[in-house]
Design a protein around this ligand. Structure first.
Ligand SMILES: [Zn+2]
Length: 154
C-alpha cells in the first residue's frame, strides 16, 4: 500500500519557530496479494478528485472491509488426510506452528488450511486455535503492509 499526501497548513499549527503541516492523503494504491480463487490478486487505486468525493482513508477502509467480508464468505473445506499424512501426524515430535517439541501432556491436533482443506501438520491444540482465529475466526486479521515510510517525502 502506498499513500500520496497533500500538505495543508492549518491555523492551529502556524508557528514561526516550529513550522509544520498536516498531511491529508489524496490518493492511495493497494496491491492485493491472494492465493484464494475468490479474491484475485490485483492493483486497486483511488484518487480524490473533487472535494465531495469520498475521503481517501474512508475509501481505503471500505475496500479493506469488503476484502474481509469476501474472505469470511469462503466456505471452510473439510480436512482430508492421506495415509502418509496420518502416519506423519502420529509420529510427529514437534508442533508445525511453534516448532517446539511435544511433551507427554500436550494435546495434538491435525492442523489444516481451512480454505483448501490441505493438511499442514501436527500442532499443539492451543497453537492451532490461535492460528485459526487469525485466519478465519472472529479475530480475523487481514495483513496490510505500507511500504517506503522511511522514504516518506510528503
Ligand atoms: Zn505449538
Amino acid at each position: 500500500m502506498d499513500i500520496e499526501p497533500q500538505g495543508v497548513t492549518e491555523e492551529s499549527h502556524k508557528s514561526s519557530t516550529n513550522p509544520f503541516k498536516t498531511h491529508r492523503p489524496l490518493a492511495w494504491g493497494l496491491q492485493i496479494v491472494s492465493d484464494l480463487k475468490e479474491i484475485p490478486s490485483e492493483y486497486v487505486h483511488y484518487t480524490q478528485k473533487k472535494s465531495d468525493d469520498p475521503e481517501p482513508v474512508q475509501k481505503l477502509f471500505d475496500v479493506l472491509d469488503e476484502l474481509v467480508r469476501k474472505v469470511k464468505l469462503i466456505k471452510v473445506q473439510p480436512l482430508s488426510l492421506t495415509p502418509e499424512q496420518e502416519r506423519q501426524f502420529r509420529s510427529a515430535e514437534e508442533c508445525v506452528l511453534c516448532r517446539k517439541e511435544y511433551d507427554d501432556v500436550d494435546i495434538r491436533v491435525r492442523d489444516h488450511d481451512h480454505y483448501t482443506g490441505e493438511y499442514r501438520g501436527s500442532a499443539h491444540r492451543t497453537c492451532n486455535v490461535n492460528y485459526t482465529d487469525q485466519m478465519g475466526g472472529d479475530k480475523f486479521v487481514l495483513p496490510v503492509v505500507a511500504h517506503n515510510m522511511r522514504g516518506y517525502d510528503g
